[in-house]
Design a protein around this ligand. Structure first.
Ligand code: SF4
Ligand code: SF4
Length: 309
């Protein structure tokens, strides 16, 4: 028997996500292309009124632009100020970025540098979900750095927070992990996905670079065991002119990355004058990962409680 749908419980047609995509579609139609800061079409109340036209471009083109900007920055020799931007309205929760992150930064089954949080809202019919990818925010005055002796955690000139894996072990690793307000540090337990299978897979034993040093998680020779680890914006890739794995993999076109020092960069273009995720600043953090915070259905803004229980 067909399910009866109570139409009074279906979200209104001007829901934030729908308004957002209507606006993008209209931008893509060409009728108003080029009007940076166009008004949202369906609601004068929408706080998400300002939409840079560039957001309507195909995500593949934007990834190509970010890659080109990165190569120019590296070639110029100037010091960048790296910034990651996440548009939660475009994230579809597919976890492709999480898989790409794991492939690029081996951690084993017990750890990860990045995860995608999902929180469902609304009635059983017409419910909606917010997907929020999270990784280290590369904070200024990082709480994790304040929790351990000086010299164990530092900032690169480009803003990336780095760990000394040799020193940041045991109780120091635990102290740093506890101090991170968003629990974005993992302590390497040394385990691998395939260690109890007949054939340990080579991808788990390969050498890789983290914080400028070559490591391997080969059982018995894993120098990262018991060390605190976290996202580095794939600094080993950035340093050779390649975008972070999560950014180049994002199928939803929700990830943006670039140099905040470059006034013509994509990240500058899409963030100027826009609000960011309030939750992090409310926690006293000054992050380098910012989230668009446009209204979603039934919510004035997305606050911490959406993703953190
Ligand atoms: S998000 Fe956590 S791990 Fe990353 S710099 Fe900030 S406090 Fe440290
Ligand atoms: S790959 Fe992109 S769309 Fe998919 S979960 Fe990650 S951020 Fe969201």
């Amino acid at each position: 028997m067909a399910e009866t749908i109570d139409k009074t419980k279906i979200p209104p047609k001007d829901s934030g996500r729908r308004r957002f995509f209507h606006a993008l579609a209209s931008l893509g139609s060409g009728a108003v292309t080029g009007l940076v800061g166009m008004k949202m079409l369906e609601s004068k109340k929408a706080e998400a009124a300002e939409l840079p036209a560039v957001l309507a471009e195909p995500s593949g083109r934007l990834v190509a632009r970010m890659q080109q900007e990165l190569e120019q920055t590296i070639a110029s020799g100037r010091t960048p100020s790296w910034l990651m931007v996440v548009d939660t309205r475009k994230c579809i929760g597919c976890d492709a970025c999480t898989v790409a992150c794991r492939a690029e930064n081996p951690t084993g089954p017990g750890g990860n540098f990045r995860r995608v949080i999902q929180k469902e809202h609304g009635p059983s019919v017409g419910a909606w979900a917010v997907f929020k990818p999270v990784n280290c925010l590369q904070c200024e005055n990082a709480p994790c750095a304040k929790a351990v002796p000086a010299g164990m955690i530092w900032k690169r000139p480009d803003g990336i927070v780095e760990f000394d894996h040799k020193k940041l072990k045991g109780s120091y690793a635990s102290a740093a992990a506890q101090a991170c307000p968003l629990k974005l540090i993992t302590i390497d337990d040394g385990k691998t996905f395939t260690e109890s299978t007949p054939s340990q897979q080579p991808y788990e034993l390969r050498a890789f670079v983290e914080n400028g040093e070559v490591h391997s998680r080969k059982p018995g020779a894993n120098d990262l065991k018991d060390s605190a680890r976290k996202c580095t914006f794939c600094s080993h890739l950035l340093d050779i002119g390649v975008l972070p794995a999560c950014v180049s993999t994002c199928v939803g076109g929700a990830m943006y990355f670039g140099d905040a020092n470059n006034p013509s960069s994509l990240v500058q273009e899409i963030t100027q004058g826009r609000r960011v995720f309030r939750g992090h600043t409310d926690m006293g953090l000054t992050p380098r990962v910012i989230y668009f915070e446009e209204p979603m259905p039934d919510a004035a803004h997305i606050d911490c409680s959406v993703c953190h229980y």
